[in-house]
Design a protein. Structure first.
Length: 125
């Protein structure tokens, strides 16, 4: 199995997120992708991207570090640590969020790996 899920999808996500490029972020997800916005709350499709627009307005920065990737055929489980720094609207001290994510990637028919399930809260969902 190619290392592509680990080597490109999350790197591309970080670059697109840090650039606040919603179109580039959207291209990294499957059409039926789901996102756990907070433990117990799952968003799908346009709900996720609408929520993301509000977050990106703050110009947050995210970093990730892959802990492990387990692949089987056209599916991969990627576990990674992340930290997001969000600037203060008033110029004060930025806030930080962090977690260990469990993401499912899927190799689609066009040969591109995309995120099918994005769970930044890992086992806390």
């Amino acid at each position: 199995m190619s290392e592509r899920p680990r080597d490109t999808v999350l790197e591309d996500f970080v670059a697109a997120f840090n650039a606040a490029d919603l179109n580039a972020i959207r291209a990294l997800y499957t059409a039926d992708a789901v996102y756990v916005s907070k433990p117990g709350q799952v968003l799908q499709g346009t709900e996720f991207f609408k929520a993301l627009v509000g977050l990106l307005e703050y110009r947050p920065r995210i970093e990730t570090k892959i802990k492990s990737t387990i692949s089987s055929g056209d599916t991969a489980l990627v576990i990674h640590e992340w930290i997001m720094t969000i600037p203060s609207k008033t110029g004060g001290v930025p806030s930080a969020r962090r977690g260990i994510a469990t993401d499912i990637l899927r190799l689609e028919g066009d040969g591109i790996w995309r995120i099918a399930i994005d769970n930044p809260w890992g086992t806390h969902s």
